[in-house]
Design a protein around this ligand. Structure first.
Ligand code: NAD
Length: 453
């Protein structure tokens, strides 16, 4: 396969204006939705081969998201793409002003492996909805899902419009040498920097959806049952391999013991057996070894068992943890949940603010002053009060990071805008214009301009 030919063909196709047609966009979104439904079993089989992810999890966290996205753009495309009329200022009377959402052109979407369908296909769907062509490069780490997406897309769409590039780091480095009009990357901060550098050579705009250590704070006024239940669900979903999973807990030291008890009871209740309907494997040996090396035996509150053959790590809560522990040095991205304590809520916020800005943050409390301080004093991509992860399921909220956790955002209207250029057009009437902006300039004209401005 020659990437250059595909990219040249996509540019020619984009320039033919066909992708801008709303009927064309809708037809292709509907076609893709039908393919997802037709190949649903193939998608389940591939992800199970990659890391034992169950049908239930795959539907709720991947397929449902993709179908919901398609539905959203089919319903809202006309209004999203319609030029928006805005006010015209006095100096430009008599005139009218509009903003056109213009597709950017040839886009590149680079996906991560942990939600291999959602993180590749959701931005791809958004790119097409906004009227672009797209090259999709899913993560080679989840090899079977990459092949499944390539089969479904490459056998059913012309490569001049939509193409799945397979391969690993060498291939992506090769692709990044070409000029795109937009690059949308999901993955680690380290690789995000490499992609940003490559994009800068062509002044290509980027959206970078990166990671980080996302805290969950539990204060003394929190409803422990709700907090423990929701944190356990969000942390051990996908065996902790979720970019917005609570990475660690900061709990008020006064209530630490009862909260730890509640965590343990939900872990037992949710029955996280190896290779079961309820629990996923670690993606590969490298990540398995990295995670096992972070388990300090004397700090295990519950869990700590693992099975290398099944790449299974039991949900593990670690306590008596300090900021200096190895598990607190980088994003965990696995089923280890360190619990730290605080004695003063505002000091805990200051401690969080000293770290890199996280992708998500969560607060469990009933106290409105704490809620207000949480929202105003620390910076994070997005988050929840009294829940985890669910903010990303609301397409009316932008999803993205800040600082080290990312640049830009997507979902719903925000995704559409991130794959569009907001083109400003002022139309002037050819009559009714005072002539003071034209030379020769006089004191009188200046006075008029001063009055006007
Ligand atoms: P990764 O950065 O290793 O890989 C992401 C993509 O980059 C893959 O497609 C891979 O092929 C490609 N890649 C790898 N090395 C490259 C290189 N040298 N040059 C160019 N491309 C390269 O990330 P990952 O392991 O797939 O995902 C885990 C990370 O992603 C975590 O940090 C997680 O928090 C983050 N993440 C973020 C989000 C989000 O929405 N913000 C979602 C999922 C994962």
């Amino acid at each position: 396969m020659n990437f250059e030919d595909i990219i040249v063909a996509q540019r020619t196709f984009f320039n033919s204006q066909k992708t801008k047609n709303l009927k064309f966009r809708k037809r292709n979104l509907e076609k893709f939705r039908d393919l997802i439904i037709k190949y649903e079993e193939l998608l389940y089989e591939a992800i199970y081969k990659d890391f034992g992810k169950s049908k239930f999890d795959t539907f709720t966290t991947e397929i449902a998201f993709i179908l919901k996205d398609i539905d959203f753009y089919l319903k809202n495309l006309n209004s999203l793409a319609k030029p928006k009329k805005v006010k015209t200022n006095l100096a430009n009377q008599f005139g009218s002003s509009k903003i056109y959402s213009e597709p950017l052109g040839c886009t590149l979407v680079i996906g991560a492996w942990n939600y291999p369908y959602q993180l590749s296909l959701s931005p791809m769907i958004t790119a097409l909805a906004a009227g672009n062509t797209c090259v999709l490069k899913p993560s080679e780490v989840a090899e079977n899902t990459m092949k499944a997406m390539a089969k479904i897309i490459n056998e059913n769409f012309p490569e001049e419009y939509l193409f799945v590039a397979q391969g690993g780091v060498d291939e992506i480095i090769e692709i990044l040498k070409f000029k795109f009009d937009k690059i949308f990357f999901t993955g680690s901060t380290k690789v995000g920097q490499i992609v940003y550098e490559a994009a800068a050579k062509n002044l290509t705009p980027v959206t970078l959806e990166l990671g980080g250590k996302s805290p969950a704070i539990v204060t003394s006024s929190a409803d422990f049952e709700v907090a423990a239940k929701r944190i356990v669900w969000g942390k051990f979903l996908n065996a902790g391999q979720t970019c917005v999973a609570p990475d660690y807990i900061l709990v008020d030291e006064k209530v630490k013991d009862s909260f730890l008890d509640a965590l343990k009871s939900y872990i037992l209740k949710f029955n996280y057996a190896p290779r079961s309907e309820h629990y996923t494997q670690i993606i590969n040996q490298r990540n398995f070894d990295r995670l096992v090396s972070l388990i300090e035996q004397e700090k295990i509150y519950t869990g700590g068992n693992y099975d290398a053959e099944k790449r299974y790590i039991e949900p593990t809560v670690l306590y008596n943890i300090s900021w200096e522990d190895p598990v607190m040095q980088e994003e965990i991205f696995g089923p280890l949940l360190p619990v730290l304590t605080f004695s003063n809520f505002n000091e805990a916020l200051i401690r969080i603010a000293e770290n890199e800005k996280p992708l998500a943050a969560y607060l469990f409390t009933k106290n409105s002053e704490e809620k207000e301080n949480f929202c105003s004093k620390i910076s994070f991509g997005g988050g929840c009060i009294n829940d985890v992860i669910m903010h990303l399921s609301n397409e009316n909220l932008p999803f993205g990071g800040v600082g080290n956790s990312g640049i830009g955002n997507y979902h719903g209207k925000f995704g559409f805008d991130s794959f569009s250029h907001q083109k400003a057009v002022l139309e002037r009437a050819t009559w009714g214009e005072p002539d003071f902006k034209y030379p020769p300039y006089t004191e009188k004209k200046l006075n008029w301009i001063k009055k006007l401005l």
